[in-house]
Every structure is written in C-alpha cells, then in structure tokens.
Write a protein of this length. Structure first.
Lengths: 205, 207
C-alpha cells in the first residue's frame, strides 16, 4: 500500500511539490511555477451549508423541469415548452444524437451530480470512511464537467430572442427556476471537493 | 527556471482523483491510500490519445459546418441553416451581439481549442523550453471555455421545442447539429486527456 503524505501538496498542472500551509479566510495558494490555484480557503461554507444549497438546487431542478419554460402564442394558438418536451420532439424526429446530448448535459448529469452530492453529504456525516463516500465523490467528479445548466440557460435566452421575432413569447416559471439553479450550482461547484476528501481519515481504509 | 522539486522527481505521486500526495513504493499497480483510485505519475498515453481525439474532432468539424443544423418549414418554403448562416441571420436581423456570441462559441472556440491543443501536444513532445507559463495558462483557458461551445446545441433544442406546435412553421434539427455536438464532446475529452504536466516535463529533460 502506498504511503500517504498529507502534509505535501502537488500542483495538478505542473507537478511542483510544496508543503501544505494553513490558509486564512479568503486566501488561496497558487503554484509559483505555473500559476495554477492549488488550494483555496473553504470560506464560510460548511458541509451542512452545502447540503442546504444542494437541497435548494434539487427543488429548483424539479420546478425547472415540470413547469413550462416559455409560453408561446402565434397565430391564435398557445403552446408551452419544457426541456423534456423539446428533447422528446428531437428524439421523435430521429435526431437521437442531438437529443441524447441535450438530455445528458442539461438534465441527466446535473440531476445525478446533485443527487450524489446530497447522498455523499449525508453519508459523510454518518461515516466519512465508508467506501460509499469514495465511490460517490469519484462519481461526482466524473460527471461534473458534463453538467451544463449554465450553458443551457444562455441557450434558452438566445432561442427566446430568436423566436421573439416571429411570435409573442411569455417566460414561464421554469425559466426563473433555471436561473436560480444556475446561481446555486455556481456556489455548489465552487466548493472544493478536496475538503470532503480530507474528512476521510487515512487509517479507516 | 528556478529549481522547484516535483512530485515525480522526488519519487512521489499525486492522486488525480482526491489530490493526495503519496509514496507509491514498489507495487506494480499502486492505488491511492485515501480514495482507492489507480495511481500513475502521468496520465497514461496522454499525447497519443489527445491526438486521436483531436483528429476525430477536426474531421467531424467539416460536416458540422457544411450540413444544416436547423431546417425551418413554413407554408411557403423550406430553409436550411448552417452554423454560419445562422450567425449571418442574427447579424442581419438586428442582433449583432448574439451573432458575435454564437460566432465566438461555435466557430472561434472549437477552432482555437483544436489548434491550441495540437500546439501543446507538439511542444510537449519536442520539448520546447520557451513560453512554459504561457502554455500552462493557455491550457487552463481551453479547459475552462470548452463547455460553452455546447450553446448552439441548446439553442437548436429549445427552438425546435418552442416552434413545434405553432401553426406558422416547424423547425427541425439538422445532421450538422449532431456532428457539431460530437466535435464539442471530443475536444472536451481531448482537453481532459492531455496531461498539462507534460508541458513542464519535456523542458526538464532538456536541462
């Protein structure tokens, strides 16, 4: 078994090796060789605060995907759109690859990430050394780059502007829910998962 | 360059999953003592894999730009839009800001990303010692902005969904959208596969 050296820190971008130093609130450690951020002070956010944010994000997610994003009226007809509805239309039009991409990045991966975050925050309170905690954290890190709610949010706005040339568009509740979700996810993703890894004591394995 | 010790140079290894530094010892397949992930001093076959993904992305970039991403059918006619003609439409219809936005994320970023990663891969292999910090910064920017290229996929998805049931027109996604999505995914994986530590390794061998 390799010997852990938690007092050291290595730059993930250039491999420079340093001794870890305690950081004051608001401080961050930068690699002097390549300039990458090595570590930042966790700030005022505790894992419990994080859990509150994750629960809020899950609620926003539920609203964002059940309520209409926009209401469209054109030629006397009214029609509401949801993300799932749009993906279904693409799928039925045999645009499977495009539909799958949108489904994975705007819906499935963000949901998996948020659910796994909630599970890991509960599990870590009970037993930080549990193998489940490691599996969940690894899963979160794997899906995180593929969740693109903030890009989707911008995409909706662009599509709205485009459509508003030809039809009357009324933003729905889900649009605001997506906006809230975007803000919450920024806060959640900013929390350094290394903090959670460190809660695992090394002898528990 | 000052003498900064590296993990690899001192026989240590950084876990890419949980960021723990450990001393791997002499086991042939060491695992991280904290998270159990396999440990390796550098990402395996990083440069070859990056090249494979970049070449695939560059090839798909051609249909992504030539095939229509969106087809609009009205009572009178059917029009197809490629990424570029969509940008021109925004420009002419009084939204130059959106035209610039879409141009940046759909044309500029993917091309710049493929070009920069190719440059980084070549420089890492040949061991150019100049501009190390600049290249490190370039990589971090590429990693950060790549996801925004997905914008057009979401615009197409939502436009199709919104216009679907109106009587004025139907909008359908074109094959270009799928090719473009594949380009974005491939370049994201390529950036993830490239190990930025290789930028610095080759320059050390030279000294």
């Amino acid at each position: 078994m390799p010997k852990p050296l938690p007092a050291l820190i290595a730059c993930p971008h250039c491999d420079a090796l340093y001794h870890r130093r305690a950081l004051a609130p608001g401080e961050k450690a930068r690699c002097i060789r390549c300039g990458a951020v090595l570590e930042r002070h966790p700030g005022v956010l505790t894992p419990d605060h994080l859990m509150a944010l994750v629960v809020a994000a899950l609620i926003s997610f539920a609203i964002a995907n059940t309520m209409p994003i926009v209401q469209l009226s054109a030629g006397g007809l009214e029609h509401t759109t949801t993300l799932i509805g749009s993906i279904r239309v693409l799928w039925n039009e045999e645009r499977g690859l495009t539909a799958t991409l949108a489904f994975a990045t705007a819906l499935a991966f963000p949901l998996v990430e948020l659910s796994a975050m909630l599970a890991v925050l509960i599990a870590i309170r009970l037993r930080p050394g549990a193998p489940l905690v490691a599996a969940l954290l690894r899963g979160i890190q794997a899906v995180r780059p593929w969740g693109m709610i903030e890009v989707f949010m911008l995409g909706v706005v662009v599509a709205l502007v485009k459509i508003s040339h030809t039809a009357t568009v009324v933003p729905g509740i889900a649009l605001w829910a997506f906006a809230a979700l975007t803000v919450l996810l920024v806060l959640i993703v900013n929390y350094d998962l290394k903090q959670l890894w460190r809660l695992r004591r090394l002898e528990e394995r | 360059m000052s003498e900064i010790p590296t993990a690899h140079g001192t026989g240590l290894v950084l876990c890419e999953t949980c960021a723990l530094v450990s001393e791997p010892g002499d086991s042939p397949h060491p695992q991280c003592p904290r998270c159990g992930a396999p440990l390796h001093p550098r990402k395996p076959n990083s440069i070859s894999r990056t090249w494979a993904l970049l070449i695939a992305a560059a090839i798909l970039y051609i249909p992504a730009n030539l095939l229509p991403v969106m087809t609009t059918t009205t009572l009178f006619r059917t029009t197809s839009d490629t990424i570029m003609s969509g940008i021109v439409y925004f420009w002419k219809s009084g939204s130059p800001d959106l035209a610039i936005l879409i141009f940046t994320v759909s044309i500029f970023i993917p091309v710049a990303k493929i070009g920069c990663l190719a440059l980084l891969a070549v420089a890492a292999r040949t061991g150019v010692a100049r501009g190390l910090r600049q290249r490190a910064l370039m990589f971090r920017i590429i990693e950060f902005v790549g996801r925004w290229s997905m914008l057009d996929i979401f615009v197409v998805t939502m436009t199709v969904g919104m216009v679907r049931f109106s009587s004025l027109a139907t909008v359908d996604a074109g094959p270009g959208a799928a090719a473009f999505g594949a380009v974005v995914v491939l370049t994201m994986i390529a950036a993830h596969t490239f190990d930025p530590r290789l930028i610095w390794d080759s320059s050390e061998d030279r000294r």
